[in-house]
Design a protein around this ligand. Sequence first.
Ligand SMILES: Cc1cc2nc3c(=O)[nH]c(=O)nc-3n(C[C@H](O)[C@H](O)[C@H](O)COP(=O)(O)O)c2cc1C
Length: 204
Amino acid sequence: MIAGGKIVEIQQITVRSSADGHRAEPNAAGEGHLQQACEEVAMGILTDDMKRVIGEQRLGFVATVCPDGTPNLSPKGTMAVWDDGHLIFIDIRSPNTIANLRQNPAIEINIVDQLVRKGYRFKGTAEVLDAGPIFDQVLASRRDRGAANPMRALVLITVERALPITSPAYDLGVSEKEIRDRYRCYWQDLWAGGNDLADTAMLE
Ligand SMILES: Cc1cc2nc3c(=O)[nH]c(=O)nc-3n(C[C@H](O)[C@H](O)[C@H](O)COP(=O)(O)O)c2cc1C
């Protein structure tokens, strides 16, 4: 299986994960086996830290492709980890996203921790499920948790590429603690009705 920085062979296809364990990319050799290799890669592509960030933030920005080729981007606050290679979100009222995915399963999701200005981007393919065992399981779980909104469908994403995203503020050598502290002040001031935000030495 794919793990930090290791190279493994899956049926003549070399699959390499990056040293930071964030990326797994199949090479072009043996295209006939590419799909199977990607499925095996996807099974282990989500790291513990990715799962933590998704579990904490829950809000992902979902990009899909419209029939005319233009992008569609909208937030989903029901983003969750399904397993080591899959994410899910709930269609409550996302008609364009769902229509796009039914025609073209390509998807990209960004999830960013607004305090530490770090997150992940996930690229893959999505399946819209409006029945079946996974749908029933998630529906039951939402009912148990008292979710009031209707679940029109469930979107199951097979993650094929997962990469970290960091603010350029880190390029300046600023520590995570410093960025977190600055943004905590920023948000506290904003929530308190402060309008003196220009005084905050903002980072990107
Ligand atoms: C913070 C936030 C979280 C949201 N979460 C969801 C969600 O989990 N599922 C959903 O269907 N809509 C959600 N929405 C609403 C959709 O993003 C919104 O209805 C949007 O217009 C749908 O656009 P689309 O059809 O292009 O996807 C959320 C909106 C916001 C602002």
